[in-house]
Design a protein around this ligand. Structure first.
Ligand SMILES: Cc1cc2nc3c(=O)[nH]c(=O)nc-3n(C[C@H](O)[C@H](O)[C@H](O)COP(=O)(O)OP(=O)(O)OC[C@H]3O[C@@H](n4cnc5c(N)ncnc54)[C@H](O)[C@@H]3O)c2cc1C
Length: 472
């Protein structure tokens, strides 16, 4: 270790205290690897500041000696954006100790949180105040709001409330030189030039570290109606979505599509899972309507639309949850698909999106393209069809060689990605670019877009110290 590095660690130890700086291999390990183990590295140390002041001082100290920094939230990002490289020279900065909800304004419908707040805790604080923070995703028990903001997370409620970018009014950012950029605006209207927060939302920690945010809140739902629906084709699901949006005054908060193998995998691998419908269908939809009002009966409305759809042959069968317990059981299926797929062996994952109307074509063409290359592979497609966002995952053939299968990751994700792109879609709908898709970025953006992105990066981080190797 050079004198400069040793000096930095001594400075950080004095600044952050024993809980704030981890240097032992065993302590560092959980921060050095992402959950799918596609990316792992070795960190100089893990800094765990407990306040914006400590964070700013940490960044300033690294900037002074040219040490690269890797911002890390809950480390659930899935694209390798939050882990260090193998050099042992990069400092991981974990936001986990900056986890206070600073205030909730029930009349202004806003809340102020620190970046390290776990998403589920943000939701709970809003709920305790009789409000809703609608961002919701399967990793919510461990991902952090700072990570959600930096990856512009989507999740199950995007259809109704938008992506994370749409749920934030202001942020506070520590820039790569350690200065603090206070953009903690709580105004709904504020047209005073460039809205700089958008540079950092979805910026994947490459321009600075988000330390706090002003979030938008919504009235808490007073009614929820949840249905599990069987259909014979995906096109009918999209027609049903459109019809339900109009009939419910856009009260749909989730519209999750699953192909038959996704349900079958859950029934096989996840305890306490039962098929909610009597028959077998090629496609299933989990649809949820919510309303903060009680003027009309949401379940009756949902049932009315589904009855009409049944008569017309648009849907084959449906059940509407009659109790909270039944609703929980329906969601149990959707939420456990990734785990069921894990238990079924290795899988190649695609996080893609297309215009909503193109979802049926995506499913059909991607399946054909994959099976042409690996005839006995098992496509398990599911996802946020209401946003045109499908997780087109492919499980290893039964009894197949996992290692050989995973070696074809790039080939298969390229094939699926090409289908999405040909339909006017994206190869990164939710999870971002990180290190996993970095080398593809230039082929997805125009040269002019790439040039502007690089100029912004150079302007804010001329030494390239903030999350080098991610995104750009
Ligand atoms: C089971 C499962 C389900 C998921 N479902 C969804 C889903 O439905 N929708 C969706 O969008 N994503 C989903 N994800 C992906 C992931 O949960 C989200 O991307 C989440 O927003 C990441 O948050 P995190 O705190 O874990 O961030 P990390 O993984 O720690 O970091 C993500 C990126 O943000 C940067 N970063 C983290 N914190 C900060 C900060 N404070 N300031 C600046 N940069 C920072 C990191 O450097 C990295 O580049 C899922 C993941 C899992 C494991």
């Amino acid at each position: 270790m050079s004198d400069i590095t040793a000096g930095l660690l001594a400075e950080l130890a004095a600044l952050l205290g024993p809980r704030g700086l981890l240097t032992e291999a065993g302590d560092k390990a959980p921060y050095e690897e992402e959950m799918r183990r596609l990316f792992s590295g070795s960190a100089l140390a893990i800094a765990r500041p407990a306040s914006t002041e400590e964070l700013a001082a940490t960044v300033k100290a690294c900037h002074a000696v040219g040490v690269a920094m890797i911002p890390q939230g809950g480390n659930t990002g899935l694209v390798g954006g939050s882990v260090p490289d193998g050099s042992g020279k990069q400092l991981v900065i974990s936001l986990g100790r900056m986890n206070r909800v600073r205030s909730v304004d029930t009349e202004g419908y806003t809340m102020v949180v620190e970046a390290g707040c776990i998403l589920a805790d943000v939701q709970a604080a809003a709920e305790a105040a009789g409000r809703l923070f609608p961002l919701s995703l399967a990793a919510q028990a461990s991902c952090q709001i700072g990570g959600n903001l930096s990856s512009n997370a989507g999740g199950i409620n995007t259809l109704r409330y938008g992506n994370t970018r749409d749920l934030v009014l202001g942020i506070e950012v520590v820039l790569p030189d350690g200065s603090v950029l206070d953009l903690m605006n709580a105004l709904r209207k504020n047209n005073t030039g460039y809205d700089l927060k958008h540079l950092f939302l979805g910026g994947e920690g490459t321009l600075g570290i988000i330390s706090a945010a002003v979030l938008k809140l919504f009235p808490a739902p007073k009614q929820t109606a949840t249905a599990f629906i069987g259909l014979c084709d995906a096109g009918k699901a999209i027609t049903l979505l459109s019809r339900l949006r109009a009939a419910s005054g856009d009260s749909i908060s989730a519209f999750e599509l699953m192909e038959r193998p996704a349900l079958e995998l859950c029934l096989e691998h996840i305890p306490a899972t039962t098929n909610p419908l009597a028959g077998v269908h090629d496609f299933y939809v989990l649809c949820e309507l919510t309303s903060p009002g009680t003027a009309f009966d949401l379940s009756a409305l949902l049932m009315g639309v589904l009855e009409e759809a049944l008569e017309e042959g648009l849907v084959e069968d449906a059940t509407v949850a009659a109790s909270l317990d039944q609703r929980t059981r329906l969601w149990h299926i959707r939420e456990h698909i990734p785990e069921a797929q894990r238990k079924a062996g290795a899988s190649i994952k695609n996080d893609i999106s297309v215009p909503v109307a193109a979802v049926p074509a995506l499913l059909e063409r991607a399946r054909a393209a994959v099976l042409e290359r690996i005839p006995d592979a098992r496509p398990i497609a599911f996802g946020h069809a209401g946003d045109g966002n499908i997780h087109f995952n492919i499980s290893v053939p039964r009894g197949g060689d996992s290692k050989a299968f995973l070696q074809r990751w790039d080939e298969i994700t390229d094939v699926v990605g090409d289908v999405a792109l040909a339909l006017g879609g994206s190869i990164s709908a939710e999870h971002g670019i990180g290190r996993l898709k970095r080398d593809k970025l230039a082929s997805l953006k125009s040269p002019a877009e790439m040039q502007v992105m690089r100029r912004i990066k150079a302007a804010l981080d001329p030494s390239g110290l903030m999350n080098p190797g991610a995104l750009l």
